[in-house]
Design a protein around this ligand. Structure first.
Ligand code: ATR
Length: 277
């Protein structure tokens, strides 16, 4: 029997997840499918009813449905509850389960690119205070990063996010970022700035210490201006594509019973699909 999986979003045509799961299905010779389904938030409950009725074994959820699906689950993982959002769904024993694998993806990619990164990351600087920032901070807290500085254009959103991590996350004004760069061992851009079609992320890296890890979760382009500048200054650039690849692993394992690998071959397949800008 063909196991059908999905990604629901709105819009969803841009999603590269079918490329990832299609690669793994072929690699493991599995009879399965992974389909894009455009589902506006108002239609999420109707779609979930189709999942419960057996049309699919599970799937992914992307913007703007990650929060909408949470109250529709029977079992939300602790991470999904902490995020207030789920990106991976599966049926098990007649129950609908949901997890959020974004933090896992972020950490797994860093582990793969910069082994031992957590030991050298006494201070982390996070740019942005949306859902992606919440996932990144959740991951950093899990790994015991002791000092997390958070800056965001809208200060009140940063304060609100920091309140979810009492005693660990300190907010700082966006205007002071250049000075914070000098204090940081790990810098993560979670804003959409620097993405193709968006304004650039204008941040002064002149105080960057060589060896500082600079991680941009934007992956179009693969090397953002932030990463290019970090590389030029002796920083360790980490691109956003790996997070996308690694966050897909737990879902595939749930749906198809095989834990897939993030290989150079898979990465190369995705890279071809990313426009050079
Ligand atoms: P996601 O869930 O993907 O993190 P989001 O919740 O829309 O997306 O958050 C986007 C982040 O990018 C926010 O931190 C946002 O800052 P605000 O909270 O001030 O809106 C940031 N962002 C987007 N456009 C920006 C811009 N032009 N300048 C500065 N920050 C920007």
């Amino acid at each position: 029997m063909t196991r059908r999986c999905f990604i629901i979003g709105h819009p969803v045509a841009h999603s590269r997840s079918p490329l990832i799961h299609g690669h793994w299905l072929a690699e493991h010779g599995l009879a399965g499918s992974y389909e894009r389904v455009d589902v506006p938030p108002a239609e999420a409950a109707a779609f979930i009813a189709r999942l419960r009725a057996g049309e699919f074994v599970g799937g992914n959820v992307t913007v703007p449905n990650k929060e909408v699906v949470l109250p529709l689950l029977d079992e939300a993982s602790q991470t999904a509850q902490a995020m207030g959002a789920a990106n991976t769904l599966w049926m098990d024993g007649g129950k609908l389960h949901g997890d959020n694998t974004d933090a896992y993806g972020f950490l797994a990619h860093l582990d793969a690119c910069v082994p031992g990164w957590a030991r050298r990351s006494g201070t982390a600087l996070i740019l942005g205070a949306g859902g992606a920032a919440r996932a990144v901070i959740h991951g950093l807290v899990e790994r015991g990063i002791g000092r997390i500085l958070l800056v965001n254009r809208s200060a009140e959103r940063a304060v609100e996010l920091a309140a979810s991590f009492p005693g660990t996350v300190e907010t700082r004004p966006w205007q002071g970022v250049a000075r914070l760069v000098a204090e940081s061992d790990l810098i993560v851009n979670t804003t959409s700035l620097g993405m193709h079609g968006q304004p650039p992320l204008e941040i002064d890296l002149s105080a960057l210490r060589p060896g500082t890890i600079v991680d941009d979760i934007v992956y179009v382009p693969l090397e953002t201006p932030l990463l290019a500048e970090a590389r030029r200054r002796g920083g360790v650039p980490v691109d956003g594509l790996g997070m996308l690849l690694h966050q897909a692993v737990p879902g595939f394992e749930r749906w198809f019973g095989v834990r897939p690998q993030v290989t150079a071959e898979l990465r190369a397949k995705l890279e071809v699909d990313i426009p050079r800008v």
